[in-house]
Structures are given as structure tokens and as C-alpha cells.
Design a binder for this molecule. Sequence first.
Ligand SMILES: Nc1ncnc2c1ncn2[C@@H]1O[C@H](COP(=O)(O)OP(=O)(O)OP(=O)(O)O)[C@@H](O)[C@H]1O
Ligand SMILES: [Mg+2]
Length: 282
Amino acid sequence: MTAAMKTTSVSQPSAHLRVVSEQPTPATSGIAISGVSKTYRTRDGDVPSLRPLDFHINDGEFFVIVGPSGCGKSTLLKMISGLLAPSTGEILVEGNKVTEPHGDVGIVFQNSLLLPWRNILANVMLPIDMKKLPREKFLARAKSLLKMVGLEGFEKKLPWQLSGGMQQRASICRALVHDPKIMMMDEPFGALDAMTRERMNVELSRIQRETGKTVLLITHSIPEAVFLADKVLVMTERPGGIAAIYDVPLGRERNLDVMANPVFTELVSRIRKHFMTQSALD
Ligand SMILES: Nc1ncnc2c1ncn2[C@@H]1O[C@H](COP(=O)(O)OP(=O)(O)OP(=O)(O)O)[C@@H](O)[C@H]1O
Ligand SMILES: [Mg+2]
């Protein structure tokens, strides 16, 4: 293992591993997850979905979660965005306890979920209209975001007139338009073909660098996770727990060549080993 490649593990501590609870967790910045678990109460009984989790996401960090299907990744994202209450524990965003959906988050879902009757610009402006923020103030921002992702000139088009990748880029603009501190993405590129997906990864990496946003992204793709992340959290099967948290020592400026870097390939195969006995990822 490369010396610079640090791991946090709760299951197999050894000389080069740090235990999660020993991580500094500054309460007033970033996202602090303390003892957060989730058990869904259903008519057929309780469904334990997440074991108590403790971890911290720093401001401006690109934090990626990988884990088997059904281990509670989307559940965790919904709890951090305030759409769902934890069964135990608490979540602090910038030191404030999350109790309801909050304005500090922009969310990108697996499918772009653009409204078919609104043109691209109007779709990007949706959060502004819903939050009743001043349109004039944010219109210029919406247009410059569209320019940043290469969609200048497509403002008046309807979603069906754009490719899947272009629609997903528009949905990223929509998540950023109200200038949230945090962007959360739940398998945003799952529906895209491999080449478009690679392009989107490069683009997202650049957007994150340019905006300095904190990004929390969920994916089933280990190479995608390592390519994008400053840190990768690997989850166990349901009820999901933390198998390990890896630092990704590949610098911030990344292009696809990084995938040939031995640090990249070693980290990908190391993370893949976590899933050898679990459900297959890709
Ligand atoms: N509303 C709900 N009611 C009851 N159980 C639920 C509900 N939502 C999710 N679950 C259960 O919680 C577990 C975690 O679901 P979740 O959607 O968070 O998984 P996931 O890790 O995002 O999976 P995937 O990778 O397939 O998207 C699942 O096993 C599911 O059975
Ligand atoms: Mg999910």
C-alpha cells in the first residue's frame, strides 16, 4: 500500500489504519454525522437499514460513498438533506442540527428529473421560483452555470431536445443555481453510457474545483468513486455500516489519465476487495 494512502477502518484496525471515532469532528463546519442510524417501521415489521454511523465531511470536500445495493446510501443522503429523520443520532450541517429540509443543499438524482414542459433555463430556475427568490438576481447566474457546463445556446430548448448527458448537466446547474453550500448526488450518472459518463466525471470534477462546493456523491462504480473523490467511504451490506474510509492522494486537478496512475489502480482494487464477498458492484 502506498504510504500516502491513508485508511480509516472500523473493522480491521492495523498500524496504518485510523479508527473513525478518533477523527477530529469540528462541530461548526462541514457535515458531522454522529451515531446516525435508520430503522424503517413498516406494517410487516422493522427494516434495519443503517447501523449507527460516525463520520465527518469537511467543507469543500468531494466525498463519495460506495456500497452494495440496499445498504442504505440513499437513506443516508435523504437524512442529511433533511427529507427523512434518523432513528438515532444527529446530523449537523455547519453546526446546525438537521431537522427539516434546508436551503443549504442542492440535490441531483439518478435521472435528471427535468420538467418536460419547461425549457432548460426555466428548469434550472425552478428552485428560485419555488423558493420565491428574486428572479432577476439569479437569472444571470443560471445562464452562466449553463455556459460553464457547455449548454450555452440551449436555454430555450425543451428537455427532450437534449441528450441524456446534456439533461444531466442541466440538472447539475439546477442543483447549483441557488448557490447551496452542499451538492448531493445520488447515482447521478447511472443511466448514462460509459463515454458520456466519463465526460461527466471530468466535468463534475472541474465544476467542484471551480465552485469549491462540498459534494456528497453516491455511486456503484468504484473507478468513478476514486476518480472523483477526496475521500471514499465504503459501506457494508444492509444494515449498512462503515467498512473503511480512504483518502485519495491524487491531487485536485484530474483528467482521465489519472486512471493509469498506480495509486488509482491500487486504490480501486483495494476497495473492490471489500465487495468480493458481497453483492457485485461494477
Ligand atoms: N420507505 C421505506 N420503507 C421501508 N424500507 C425501506 C424504505 N426505503 C428503503 N427501505 C429499505 O432500506 C434499505 C436501504 O434502502 P436505500 O434505498 O437507502 O438503499 P441504497 O443503498 O440506496 O440502495 P441502491 O444502491 O439499490 O439504491 C433497503 O434494503 C430497503 O429495503
Ligand atoms: Mg439508492
